[in-house]
Design a protein around this ligand. Structure first.
Ligand code: G1P
Length: 305
């Protein structure tokens, strides 16, 4: 069955990015000149998704405004004959069929996904977490969709994963899997935010999933888990007892843009790929690095205001 719908949870408070996120959604922080969530939506569109549901919460109005028409801005750009900008602004509001629903209380990722039940209905769907972006071809979620369509008559749940160090695994959901191929596992168990010493492996869940709709019934009954929140991982663990759940280590580079180091890496990588920025920016980086290597004291002094 073709996966047509995607859910993007974007209700989190963004505390890892304060103070920038005090009065604006973390999903609207720019990577170069485009908000993070637009990259995530583009990934879904590039994977053939036609319908996107964004789960928002309090203080997330800017996301809705961003994907809506802005008649005043369009009129202004038209009058000023800035037709390239006008086309770009219009394209953003025509990207896909985008819907919004509010999670009324911040009860966790699992609860946010359960808010999508009515909209998704009885078909497999994709989930893309709004604070991770991927540089890959084909798009990360497409790689998962292709596996899902290949396995179990096109009904398989497939979760993205990556290898991390034992110190890091406590920040993720951890998977215990039976290896089926170089990149593919069948999940036997999973734990959300395990203590590193008891983690079942160093395979961490990443923010890309293709889920069977029966996850919704399990999300209704699962008890609060790690952090006192309704965890998607706990419902997936129950799902894996009823039907096969797979995990795929996708090709490509993941950036956790919900935190400064990943955000910086993504910014630099994207700038180096943009033809209108790359040349000058590469020269700037070379100079900075040369100064830092030859005279580290001078480089740090220079960086301070
Ligand atoms: C969520 C999931 C976790 C996963 C992580 C990936 O956690 O619950 O299983 O490993 O995303 O980024 P969060 O980062 O929202 O705490």
């Amino acid at each position: 069955m073709h996966v047509k719908k995607a859910v993007i949870p974007a209700a989190g408070l963004g505390t890892r990015f304060l103070p920038a996120t005090k009065a604006q959604p973390k999903e609207m922080l720019p990577l170069l000149d485009t908000p993070i969530i637009q990259y995530v939506i583009q990934e879904a569109i590039d994977a053939g998704i036609e319908d996107i549901l964004i789960i928002t919460g309090r203080g997330k109005r800017a996301i809705e405004d961003h994907f809506d028409r802005s008649i005043e801005l369009e009129t202004l750009l038209h009058k000023a004959n800035k037709l390239d900008l006008l086309e770009m602004v219009r394209n953003v509001s025509n990207l896909a069929d985008i819907h919004f629903i509010r999670q009324k209380e911040p009860l966790g990722l699992g609860h946010a996904i359960s808010c999508a039940q009515k909209h998704v209905g009885d078909e497999p769907f994709a989930v893309l977490l709004g604070d991770e972006i991927f540089a890959s071809s084909p798009p990360c979620i497409k790689q998962l969709i292709e596996e899902s369509e290949r396995l179990d008559g096109g009904q398989a749940s497939v979760i993205g994963c990556m290898e991390v160090s034992r110190e890091e695994i406590g920040r993720y959901g951890a998977i215990k899997g039976d290896r089926l191929g170089p990149q593919l596992y069948r999940i036997e168990d999973m734990v959300e935010k395990p203590r590193p010493e008891v983690a079942p492996s160093c395979l961490a869940i990443i923010g890309r999933y293709v889920l069977h709709p029966s996850i919704f019934d399990l999300l209704q009954v699962v008890k609060p888990g790690a952090g006192g929140e309704i965890q998607l991982t706990d419902a997936l663990r129950e799902l894996a007892k009823k039907r096969p759940v797979y995990s795929l280590r996708p090709h490509g580079t993941r950036h956790d843009v919900g935190e400064l180091p990943g955000y910086l890496e993504a910014t630099v990588s994207l700038a180096l790929e943009r033809p209108d920025l790359a040349g000058q920016f590469r020269d700037f980086l070379r100079t900075k690095l040369a100064i830092a290597e030859n005279a580290p004291h001078r480089a740090t002094q220079k960086l301070r205001p």
